[in-house]
Design a protein around this ligand. Structure first.
Ligand code: APR
Length: 343
């Protein structure tokens, strides 16, 4: 997955480069800076001394020493003075310059802390927004695995005002479902299932029966051949068809889905590829499918949307709202402690 929000100590993240929220001297400090220097060992400070400091918004690179990464990219975020002193632009430039340095050093993966959101007092929700915008813009044109490491629980949490509406939607949907399916009265409260086949079902099964090979043919054909004639359009066939129908390029689609190129190639070359549910939903979002179309696509891979899963309800909320920005969806999923969309 090209972009992931994770909760971790950045000094424990294994990737090509980690970013340090440093100060202009580059000679260490508290917060994430202190943690990185402690974990990397004194050689890091020795190399930092040779760099001559760093301006706000710029970035400089050193080796990772005892850290599980090749490089540390040191960037200096702005101090928050109410947002009237170009703080946003400076913070954006921290992300851009760090990503640029990572590219120049051929990094395939990088992890960012929430720059400026600690000692420098940048409001955490706005700092997250800047980070996500800059990282997603970068990923439109580049291939890299980018992690945003959110250490502080309060920085992205379901209790925040911006997630209130989603929280209410989850509550409403959950309540409705749990009332209907209350396990203690399951027999009385389960909705009645119509066991009689309707016309559409009958046609569907008739069609299947007509397609079904005779016992003689079964003896002559291999199981693979038989399955091929009986299975409908597969998930990957449906995906490729929809990409064409929407007039999208493959790369546009997998990037919008937050899926990496290698996984997409696997899906494209294997008509019987069995994707995970988050992968299917990521493509549904990238293709901007309606809720019904999303359900159809899920069915192809053997899944369904359920109202007893917060994950499903959150994705459903965004699709109903017509918000197909996968990074917004993933931020909300993260806030509610759910797994993220993508591979
Ligand atoms: N891993 C990941 N994130 C961390 C870690 C860690 N080990 N430690 C702290 N953080 C988070 C904080 O919770 C905050 O959200 O990193 C974010 C940035 O906080 P700070 O480290 O305080 O960085 P910043 O706000 O940019 O202030 C920079 O702090 O220590 C000094 O030398 C540094 O003067 C500079 C200033």
């Amino acid at each position: 997955m090209p972009f992931q929000i994770i909760r971790n100590d950045i000094t424990k993240v294994t990737c090509d480069a980690i970013v340090n929220a440093a100060n202009k001297s580059l000679l260490g400090g508290g917060g994430v800076d202190g943690a990185i220097h402690r974990a990397a060992g004194p050689e890091l400070l020795a190399e930092c001394r040779t760099l001559g400091g760093c301006a706000t918004g710029s970035a400089k690179i050193t080796k990772g020493y005892r850290l599980p990464c090749k490089y540390v990219i040191h960037t200096v975020g702005p101090i928050w003075w109410g947002g009237f002193f170009g703080e946003k632009e400076k913070l954006e430039s921290c992300y851009r310059n760090s990503l640029q340095l990572a590219m120049e050093h051929r990094c395939e993966s990088i992890a960012f802390p929430l720059i400026s959101a600690g000692v420098y007092r940048y409001p955490a929700d706005q700092a997250v927004k800047v980070a996500i915008e800059q990282i997603s813009t970068f990923l439109e044109d580049h291939e890299m695995m980018v992690y945003l490491v959110v250490f502080d629980r309060k920085a992205v949490s379901a209790g925040q005002k911006r997630f209130r509406e989603i929280g209410e939607y989850i509550d409403d949907t959950y309540v409705e479902t749990s009332m209907r399916y209350d396990i203690r009265n399951r027999k009385q409260s389960l909705p009645k299932v119509n066991t009689a086949c309707n016309e559409a079902d009958t046609c569907f099964y008739q069609e299947k029966m007509e397609k079904a090979p005779s016992p003689q043919a079964v003896r002559e054909k291999s199981l693979d051949e038989i399955l091929e004639t009986m299975i409908d359009e597969s998930f990957s066939e449906m995906l490729l068809r929809l990409i064409d129908e929407k007039g999208m390029k493959d790369s546009e689609c997998y990037k919008k889905a937050n899926i990496d190129r290698k996984l997409f190639s696997k899906i494209r070359s294997n008509p019987l590829y069995k994707p995970s549910k988050p992968t299917v939903l990521a493509f549904a979002v990238a293709l901007e499918l309606s809720l019904d179309e999303t359900r159809d696509m899920l069915m192809k891979a053997g899944f369904a949307l359920s109202h007893s899963s917060k994950f499903d309800i959150i994705v459903e909320y965004f699709i109903k709202k017509g918000n197909y920005n996968i990074f917004d969806i993933n931020e909300a999923l993260f806030a509610f402690d759910q797994s993220l969309l993508g591979s």
